[in-house]
Design a protein around this ligand. Sequence first.
Ligand code: ZN
Length: 130
Amino acid sequence: MARGKSITQFCAHCERVTRMEMIGAVETQPDKTWYRCTRCRHATLIDLVQFRKTQEESRKKPDRAECFEYRPQNTYSVGQAIFHSEWGDIGKIISKERTSGGESAIVVSFEKLGQRRLLENVMINPEAEG
Ligand SMILES: [Zn+2]
């Protein structure tokens, strides 16, 4: 199959991301193209400009300015970008889990270091600080 003829896109009928085949362009709307879901066969009009923008957005690396600085006492959510000042690396939180000791941890995919597990929501004794 020729490249660019099918895309993966969210299908409103299947309520999931499916593979869609191109059916044809819309003469009056050059940026929009009809695609048919290979699963439910429903046709969807896709705005290619919007589609490319969404793709670029998802491929974009997290920006340092958008990152939260990692601190063990903070809590984070999946999808957040964090900056680890000690390691000088930024990463995205891909999942959360619990350690065997019952502490909560975040799994972060760092740009340079790869996947790392970090503790979150750590209770810090104020007297032990400084
Ligand atoms: Zn579908």
